[in-house]
Design a protein around this ligand. Structure first.
Ligand code: PMP
Length: 379
């Protein structure tokens, strides 16, 4: 059997300007990146606080490797769960105000692990239409009745909840929507969850470290029915994910979450690096202040232009393009001027855009360069 059918699908993607290829970075993914020998200002990374190449984290990684070695050697339930993992989990849980936490090797894995364990055939999940792909995959894989509602439309969600006869009801949302940069209305969602005796699962990949003095988009919401998931490869600057919840929920996941049980634990050196990162997230308010000032500078700089920046207060600042071909052309023009700004196209998003992301690692001059280059796209 030949691979002609695969090649045909790829050709169709190419023809529709939807073909994907990977760029090879020749530098750490900081504010200044290098690709093909060319230096580029990087406005495409999720390293919102600039921690990924922070000297303190690098030192913690080195000390962690020296203390624990390179790998964990086994899954958590066998011999892979070290004192480093446990210390990070305890510190993470305390920081986000929950009794217990669980670390996993990635956010994708965390979503599969939690959702597939918490709900099954007799249950229902209620998901925002703009949720991240990993949440959708988890909901599908769980075999629960999978209901999607229009973005942030709480009336539509309530109509679904009212009629549901499911054993367990789980509302699933991004805390900060990854491609639009806007927020889920968590207090209102929690009120709905309470009214309909549902659980609320918040994927805060883009809120943790950035919002709520670093505690994320659910900071200050004291609710037992809220299950909080943060990814640790973005603002935290390392890799992995942590779920924080009531102790019984975490205990249940340790026992029943297959993507947690049947995989090798992440290296303990990463847990040590994450402890250092957590310390920076908790203490370095200046990083968030700098980020807020960059967001304001960008929005002010484009306020009188015809460019369509979505209404976002977070470091995710999407610029809508008329179509995929234009998004690619814009991204290429920016690259010609030394700026790395990723074009995001369907099916990842409903409409093509440049996804501009800002970081505390940027300097105000970097923003000025970006604004000037974006304004030229209008011509
Ligand atoms: N959830 C959201 C909202 C994300 O944006 C991402 C990463 N793109 C993930 C989950 C997956 O996290 P990870 O990259 O750690 O697998």
């Amino acid at each position: 059997m030949s691979f002609d059918s695969l090649a045909a699908e790829l050709a169709a993607r190419r023809a529709a300007d939807l073909y994907r290829r990977r760029r090879v970075l020749e530098s750490p993914p900081g504010a200044q990146a290098r690709i093909d020998g060319r230096p580029l200002l990087n406005f495409s990374s999720n390293d919102y606080l600039g921690l990924a190449s922070d000297p303190a984290l690098i030192a913690a990684a080195q000390a962690g490797a020296a203390r624990w070695g390179a790998g964990s050697g086994a899954s958590h339930l066998v011999t892979g769960h070290t004192a480093a993992h446990q210390a990070f989990e305890d510190e993470f849980a305390a920081f986000v105000g929950k009794p217990a936490a669980l670390t996993l090797a990635s956010g994708y894995q965390a979503n599969l692990a939690a959702i597939c364990a918490l709900v099954g055939r007799e249950d229902a999940v209620f998901a925002d239409k703009l949720n991240h792909a990993s949440l959708n995959d988890a909901c599908l894989l769980s075999r629960a009745d999978f209901r999607r509602y229009p973005h942030n439309d709480l009336d539509a969600l309530e109509r679904l909840l009212v009629t549901s006869k499911a054993r367990r009801k789980l509302i699933v949302v991004d805390g900060v929507f990854s491609m639009d940069g806007d927020l889920a209305p968590l207090p209102a969602l929690l009120a709905l969850a309470e009214r309909h005796d549902a659980w609320l699962y918040v994927d805060d990949a883009h809120g943790f470290g950035v919002l709520g003095q670093g505690r994320g988009s659910a900071a200050g919401l004291d609710a037992k029915r809220l299950i909080y998931m943060a990814t640790l490869g973005k603002a935290a600057g390392v890799a992995g994910a942590a779920i924080a919840a009531e102790t019984v929920v975490i205990d249940y996941l340790v026992n029943f979450a297959r993507p947690y049980v049947y995989t090798t634990a992440a290296p303990p050196m990463l847990a040590e690096t994450l402890r250092c990162s957590l310390h920076c997230i908790a203490g370095d308010d200046w990083r968030r202040a700098r980020l807020a000032s960059h967001v304001a500078q960008l929005r002010q700089g484009l306020a009188d232009s015809a460019l369509r920046l979505l209404a976002s207060t977070t470091p995710i600042q999407p610029l809508l393009a008329p179509d995929s071909a234009t998004a690619l052309r814009w991204s290429a023009r920016l690259a010609d001027q030394g700026l790395l700004v990723a074009a995001i196209r369907p099916p990842t998003v409903p409409s093509a855009r440049l996804r501009i992301t800002l970081s505390a690692a940027h300097q105000p001059e970097h923003l000025s360069t970006l604004i000037a280059a974006l304004r030229q796209l209008e011509s």
